[in-house]
Design a protein around this ligand. Structure first.
Ligand code: C2E
Ligand code: CA
Ligand code: CA
Length: 953
């Protein structure tokens, strides 16, 4: 819950949460997973969180977060075994006791798309509303393992409202529509496997032109196929020409079984043996007949994945291409240049995942491979049923500009329809082609062109065109068979490459886009923001990041249902898209949160204008199932790079600004400012409040005893710790206002008051015969105040406190920086007779040796070192060394934050003088300190020791 509050409202809100809950536990204690809270404490935290976040749904989010945290992929796998959300809920009585001991849950009714579950309190732990919200948050997650969107949960009956039990109806959708985070991770893993396979494939393609003869090439293809499709046996059986002998290549087969296997394989309709054999044709694109077959073979009973068929088919196509180009290869090897081009292409394509780049590379290699004058790669656009120019090579600039926008639809020429229906290579020239094609050729100044379709399975992905300036020299001469074969080879490599690219693009799309709105998701946004930041570093161009959150979106979800909620999100997405410029990125971060990345919007005025335009666009009602719905939104704006040099910071800051807008009443936008960190308005108010707090006597002190470790935990000192009884916010701890006081300079007055009050208190105690030394904290700023020394002197004079009873704690930073005048100030203080302690030692950078030059009496070791000691026997070498060295330097050592007996024992063993911490006593009011057992009154031994103390002082 602390994390949730932190994410939603920042660190400061966490501090407020802990205080508002008022359960006497520090934040550190609560953050520690090892600690339990009682039912009542939990309840107060629940209530405080809801108030602080001003979000009635806050507790649901905690439930969601907890469920999500526990949904590791193994858990998901386990839950999936159950079959569906209903089955998960059916077992709820077994699940709940594992993480909650105060409620019993039970499935009452389970149907296909809904379930009813009841909850009854264990006696003594009465239900309260926030607990129900929390439960709803958990129940919402039941469908997640099944790739379904969260369930809609309604509480029909509630114990707290007087019903016998709480009764929840959980409804879920049965069609997957969402892609949860962990699925994205899984997808990425799959993607990785795929790319490795593609690389192997392309290495093989590269062999196509590198290997000496077709036979060894085929052998190579067979063994590579085995790397890509894992199976114990692979067989390739082909007949290079119809009447040639059968060439057989295999991996993993014994000689005895091979003949039978090949016979089965080459039968008219070979059996796949119940899915344990994957058999693909080695068929030429050009020729009708098949060369033979390639098979991957498992033991019977083991099956292949459907995806593996297309991988193996890719290898079969390579084998076919090898046979197709067998003759052309002879030729191309003679023209090493050509061979090299094919090789480069195959290698190059392996690393590329995007269609456009692929097309460009392909176009570039066509002239080298086919000796044509210009090449064009066109890709098929299924939606428009047209071929579009994707890349060109070798065209004069003027013509290229002309060619780029060309689209050929099936309506333009019957030839295209024919090509799509029966893909095959063809020759077109200005004489023979239909008027449309002839016109195109003439327009680009070409006489004839070879066109090779890029075909995957049955589908035409595009075409490769190699065009020539000259007409065929001798009319009627046979077309150049070699060139044609090589162009086909290229088209074939291209087909697999494009198919792979499509797969990769599809998966990337799934991982990068939000399934509900089709907007980029937060991953993609992150990429774009990083790009924009890189651009900023290069050319100094700024940009804006908007964080947009719909106000009260949950009302729509709750009243109209999730489907309507999704529809609203889509409509909002559309509005945002039409309002924004083309170059802007509109992303959905999740839930009802959107982010907008606006390049070149680099100043407040411009950003403001756009925000206003957005508000105007969102103000119009949305139509949802015949109803008009009005929705407002809150926007936070961060400008880059001023408000953050990396994606996380920018988004966090925009989010913070958004939260601020929400707090100020929603339906508004606001800019991030650095001061927002401490919650701008609250901070401003707190600052003005602090001014009057001193006059109104709202500050008070608590005192935390410091005990002698060697001597029966006798109280030898106290540390004065300031608190502020704020009229509205209640009791504030120093962390909430000391920083503010330092920033504004008020600290000087605050600490002046603290020293004086503490000194008076010490005198008052002395009258009761209680003489602990009084430690007071000084801020760095205090030391820079020129009147500090004289003020301390006059306080001592006024209160008649003996100076050696006052110890001033300064931070290690003072030693770190140590400008001369600070050192002088410390010496002047020493000269008054007061003691100096270094607080929180170990958190800064100063070495102990540097301390030698400082007039320091006491070293207070920061509690983080003490907390290193967890179990008896823990070594904690730093802590031990600090104690030793401090003693060598003649200082007395205080260990802070002692919380356990184990720590105390360690400290005693290592000779630490004094301890401070919850183990001995918490900070408390002066009167309570006096009531602590002190073993002082009437205890001669302790009194003696005290006298000894004084002497040493
Ligand atoms: P500090 O000087 O390190 O004070 C000790 C803090 O540790 C106190 O928190 C105390 O409640 C806490 N503490 C004591 N024992 C334990 C323990 O066993 N475990 C844990 N986890 N914590 C323990 P508090 O009162 O919230 O004070 C926080 C800080 O505020 C102080 O840290 C000090 O730096 C500053 N501060 C407090 N009063 C004043 C003041 O009058 N003037 C100035 N300038 N700073 C003050
Ligand atoms: Ca201190
Ligand atoms: Ca301290």
């Amino acid at each position: 819950m602390l994390n949730l509050v932190r994410r939603a409202a920042g660190e400061e809100a966490v501090v407020r949460l802990v205080e508002r809950a008022g359960i006497g536990r520090t934040q550190a204690e609560l953050e520690d997973d090892a600690n339990w809270v009682s039912f009542d404490e939990g309840r107060r935290l629940f209530e405080a969180a809801t108030e602080i976040l001003d979000d009635p749904r806050a507790l649901r989010k905690v439930g969601v977060a907890i469920a999500r945290r526990d949904m590791t992929s193994e858990v998901v796998e386990l839950l999936r075994q159950l079959g569906g959300p209903g089955e998960v809920l059916r077992h709820i009585d077994q699940v709940v006791p594992k993480f909650c001991t105060v409620v019993q849950m039970e499935a009452i009714e389970i149907a296909d798309d809904y379930a009813r579950v009841s909850g009854t309190s264990v006696p003594g732990f009465p239900r309260f509303a926030h607990l129900c919200d929390f439960t709803i948050g958990l129940l919402e997650q039941a469908p997640i393992p099944f790739d379904l969107p969260p369930a809609a949960v309604v509480e029909d009956e509630c114990e707290q409202r007087g019903d016998r039990r709480c009764l929840f109806t959980v409804r879920w959708e049965t069609e997957p529509s969402n892609l949860p985070e962990y699925r994205v991770a899984a997808l990425e893993a799959e993607l990785e496997v795929l790319s490795t396979r593609f690389e192997t494939f392309h290495d093989t393609a590269a062999d196509l032109v590198g290997v000496a003869d077709v036979a060894s090439l085929l052998a190579n293809i067979t063994s590579r196929a085995r790397l890509a499709v894992r199976a114990p046996k692979h067989v390739l059986a082909v007949r290079p020409t119809p009447d040639a002998e059968l060439a057989i290549h295999h991996e993993g087969c014994t000689a005895s079984e091979l003949a039978a296997l090949v016979d089965e394989l080459m039968a008219d309709d070979p059996s796949d043996r119940d899915g344990s054999r994957l058999i693909v044709e080695v068929a030429s694109v050009r020729q009708a007949e098949s060369y033979g077959r390639l098979a991957a073979i498992y033991d019977e009973g083991v099956r292949f994945f459907p995806a593996e068929r297309s991988v193996l088919a890719g290898y079969a196509r390579l084998a076919a291409a090898a046979l197709d180009t067998a003759t052309a290869l002879e030729e191309s090897r003679r023209q090493t240049e050509t061979a090299q081009a094919l090789l480069d292409l195959a290698r190059g394509l392996a690393g590329i995942g995007r269609s456009q780049e692929m097309a460009e590379r392909l176009a570039a290699s066509v002239p080298a491979v086919t000796a044509c004058d210009a090449a064009v790669v066109m890709l098929w656009n299924e939606e428009d049923r047209a071929l579009e120019v994707a890349a060109t090579e070798g065209l004069p600039a003027g013509i290229e500009a002309l060619v780029q926008p060309i689209r050929i639809s099936t309506a333009d020429t019957p030839m295209l329809a024919e090509l799509i229906a029966h893909p095959r290579s063809l020759l077109v020239d200005t004489e023979s082609a239909d008027p449309f094609i002839a016109g195109l050729l003439a327009a680009v100044g070409m006489q004839r062109a070879w066109i090779a379709p890029i075909v995957a399975g049955e589908t035409v992905l595009g075409v490769l065109a190699a065009s020539f300036l000259a007409a065929v020299t001798t009319p009627g001469a046979a077309p150049d068979e070699h060139l044609l074969a090589r162009l086909d080879g290229l088209a074939d490599i291209a087909a697999t490459a494009f198919q792979n690219a499509k797969l990769v693009e599809h998966m990337r799309h799934q991982a990068m886009f939000d399934p509900v709105t089709q907007l980029p998701n937060k991953r993609m946004l992150e990429d774009r923001v990083e790009e924009a930041l890189a651009r900023n570093r290069r050319v100094g161009e700024g940009f804006a990041l908007f964080f947009l959150d719909l106000d009260r979106f949950k009302n729509v979800n709750d009243t109209l249902g999730h489907a309507a909620g999704d529809e609203l999100l889509r409509q909002v997405a559309d509005r945002l898209l039409v309002t924004m410029r083309e170059e802007d990125t509109v992303a959905r971060l999740g839930g009802d949160e959107f982010a907008l990345l606006l390049p070149r919007v680099d100043n407040v005025a411009l950003a403001r204008a756009i925000a206003e335009r957005l508000y105007a666009a969102l103000q119009r009602p949305f139509a949802l199932g015949g109803q008009q719905v009005f929705i407002t939104s809150s926007i936070g704006i961060a400008l880059a790079p001023e408000d953050g040099a990396d994606h996380d910071t920018l988004l966090k800051n925009a989010d913070m600004a958004m939260y601020q807008s929400k707090e100020q009443g929603r339906n508004r936008f606001g800019f991030y400012t650095p001061a927002l960190h401490a919650d701008l308005s609250a901070r401003l108010k707190l600052e003005s409040d602090l001014h009057v707090a001193l006059q109104r006597d709202e500050l008070f002190l608590e005192f935390q005893p410091l005990v002698s470790l060697a001597d029966g935990r006798r109280i030898v000192g106290v540390e004065a710790l300031v608190r502020w009884q704020h009229p509205e916010l209640g009791r504030l701890m120093p962390d909430a206002f000391i920083g503010l006081a330092e920033d504004t300079g008020l600290i000087v007055d605050v600490d002046g008051w603290v020293i004086e009050t503490a000194a008076r208190q010490a005198r008052a105690w002395a009258r009761h015969g209680f003489n602990p030394h009084m430690a007071v904290n000084l801020a760095d700023r205090d030391l820079r105040d020129p009147s500090l020394v004289s003020r301390v002197a006059s306080i001592l004079a006024a209160t008649h406190l003996s100076p050696e009873c006052l110890e001033l704690e300064v931070t290690e930073r003072v030693v770190d920086e140590a400008p001369d005048h600070l050192l002088a100030t410390l010496r002047d203080l020493k000269a008054l007779g007061v003691k100096i302690a270094i607080d929180d030692f170990g958190t800064g950078h100063s070495g102990l040796s540097r301390l030698r030059t400082f007039p320091v009496d006491t070293l207070k070791i920061d509690r983080s070192f003490v907390h290193e000691v967890v179990n008896a026997g823990d070594p904690a070498p730093l802590l031990a060394a600090m104690i030793r060295l401090a003693h060598d330097l003649g200082m007395s050592v205080v260990a802070e934050g002692v919380e356990t007996e184990v720590q105390a024992a360690f400290l005693v063993e290592h000779g630490c003088d004094v301890g401070q911490g919850y183990l001995f006593a918490r900070p408390q009011l002066a009167g309570d300190v006096l009531r602590l057992p002190r073993q002082a009154e009437g205890d001669g031994r302790a009194a003696e020791a005290r006298a000894g103390d004084r002497e040493r002082a």
